[in-house]
Design a protein around this ligand. Structure first.
Ligand code: ZN
Ligand code: ZN
Length: 360
C-alpha cells in the first residue's frame, strides 16, 4: 500500500500542466529524432508540441492557440534552428491530434510564417477546424438541453453557456490540406482513430513511438463529454479507443508514449489500465449513489464537492458522460419519466436498475 506521505511526495515530484517543461530530445528505434517543445497555450496551460525530424522532412505534432506566438518562434529558433539547422519555414506538415483550441489554434499563425505548411486532421474533427464557428453554435443548442436535463436552472444554464463560449470566441477557423482516416500512412506516421475525448481524436505512430494527444495522459484522466452534445465523444467510444490503442501498442512493441500535456508515458499499457480502472470506479460510484434517484447536478455535487465555476461545468460533463454510458447500456433508468410527457427539458432523476456492474 502506498503511504500518504510517499503519495504526497510523488504528487510533488510530478510536473504540472501549468508548468513549462524543459526541451527534450527523444530517439526512435530507427534513430530518428523527436524534440519536445513546451509552450504556453491558454492561461495556466502548457502543451507539448513535438518537432519530428523524419526522412521525408520536418513535421509538427499539434500547434495550439498561443497568446504569444513570437515566444514560440523564438523558442523554435533557439532550440531547433540552432541545434538542428531547421527553420519554421522548413516544416513540411503539421498533424493535429484533435480539434481542441490548445491543439489546433496555431494553424493560421504558423501559416503567416510558413504559407506552404500542410495541415492534417482526422476527418471527423476536420469540420471543427475548418468551420469552427458553425460547429460551436450548432452544438450549443444540445449543450443547453443537456444542462436543463442535468438539473440546472435557467440562470445557471445561461451562465454556463457563456462560460463555455468565452474561451472560444477569439478563435477563427483554418483551412486544412486533407482529412485523414484510421490506418492512413503519411510521411512515416500512421493514424489510429481514437474517438472519445474528441470525435476525431487520432493517436499517431511513428517508428516505435506513439503520440497520444489528449487520449492518454499521465497523472490525469482526459476530460469526457456526453455524446448527446457531440457525436463520437462519450465514455463508450473513449473506452473502445483505449482498448484499440492497448492492442496496437502491444502488437507493435511501442516503447514510448508522448502525450500532448506533461512529459512522457513510459508504459502506455499500464497507463491505459489505470485510466480504465478510474472509469470503472467512477461508474460503480455513480451506480451506488443512484440507489436513490438523483439528477446529474446532484451526483456532480456529491462527487466533486469542491468544484466551482468552470471546474464545475467540466465535472458536470464528466458525470453526464458516465450517466449517459450507463443509460445507453441499461444500467440506469429515469425515475420521473412521466414528467417528460409534459415537458421535454425537465431534470431527469437517474436510478440504478440492476444489481450488478457493467464490464469495462
Ligand atoms: Zn483535448
Ligand atoms: Zn489538450
Amino acid at each position: 500500500m502506498v503511504s500518504e506521505k510517499s503519495k504526497l511526495q510523488s504528487e510533488e515530484r510530478r510536473e504540472r500542466i501549468t508548468q513549462e517543461l524543459p526541451t527534450e530530445e527523444f530517439e526512435t528505434s530507427q534513430k530518428r529524432k523527436i524534440v519536445r517543445l513546451s509552450v504556453n497555450t491558454l492561461p495556466y496551460l502548457y502543451n507539448s508540441i513535438y518537432v519530428v525530424l523524419g526522412d521525408d522532412g520536418v513535421f509538427l505534432v499539434d500547434l495550439g492557440y498561443m497568446t504569444d506566438f513570437n515566444k514560440f518562434l523564438n523558442k523554435f529558433s533557439q532550440e531547433i534552428t540552432q541545434r538542428y539547422g531547421v527553420k519554421v519555414e522548413d516544416i513540411k506538415a503539421l498533424f493535429i491530434t484533435h480539434a481542441h483550441i490548445d491543439h489546433f489554434g496555431g494553424i493560421n499563425l504558423i501559416r503567416n510564417v510558413n504559407p506552404n505548411i500542410e495541415v492534417y486532421v482526422h476527418e471527423v474533427d476536420s469540420k471543427a477546424v475548418e468551420r469552427f464557428e458553425e460547429v460551436f453554435i450548432y452544438a450549443r443548442h444540445y449543450l443547453k438541453i443537456f444542462l436543463a436535463r442535468a438539473g440546472l436552472d435557467e440562470e445557471g444554464i445561461k451562465t454556463y453557456v457563456s462560460m463555455y463560449t468565452a474561451s472560444k470566441e477569439f478563435l477563427r477557423s483554418a483551412k486544412i490540406t486533407r482529412a485523414l482516416h484510421d490506418g492512413d500512412k503519411l510521411y512515416g506516421f500512421e493514424v489510429i482513430h481514437t474517438p472519445g475525448h474528441s470525435p476525431g481524436h487520432m493517436c499517431l505512430i511513428f517508428d516505435d513511438v506513439i503520440f497520444t494527444g489528449d487520449h492518454i495522459l499521465p497523472y490525469i484522466t482526459p476530460h469526457q463529454f456526453p455524446e448527446s452534445i457531440m457525436k463520437y465523444t462519450g465514455v463508450g467510444h473513449y473506452i473502445e479507443s483505449l482498448d484499440k490503442v492497448r492492442e496496437v501498442v502491444l502488437k507493435r512493441k511501442i516503447s514510448l508514449g508522448l502525450p500532448a500535456h506533461y512529459s512522457i508515458i513510459e508504459d502506455v499499457v499500464k497507463r491505459i489500465d489505470e485510466i480504465k480502472e478510474h472509469h470503472r470506479n467512477r461508474i460503480r460510484a455513480i451506480l451506488d449513489m443512484c440507489k436513490e434517484p438523483l439528477t446529474i447536478v446532484e451526483i456532480t455535487e456529491r462527487m466533486f464537492p469542491d468544484k466551482k465555476g468552470y471546474q464545475f461545468i467540466l465535472a458536470l460533463d464528466e458525470v453526464g458522460a458516465h450517466v449517459e454510458y450507463l443509460w445507453d447500456r441499461g444500467f440506469l433508468g429515469i425515475k420521473n419519466i412521466d414528467d417528460f410527457l409534459k415537458d421535454d427539458d425537465v431534470p431527469a432523476r437517474w436510478v440504478s436498475v440492476r444489481n450488478y456492474y457493467p464490464k469495462i
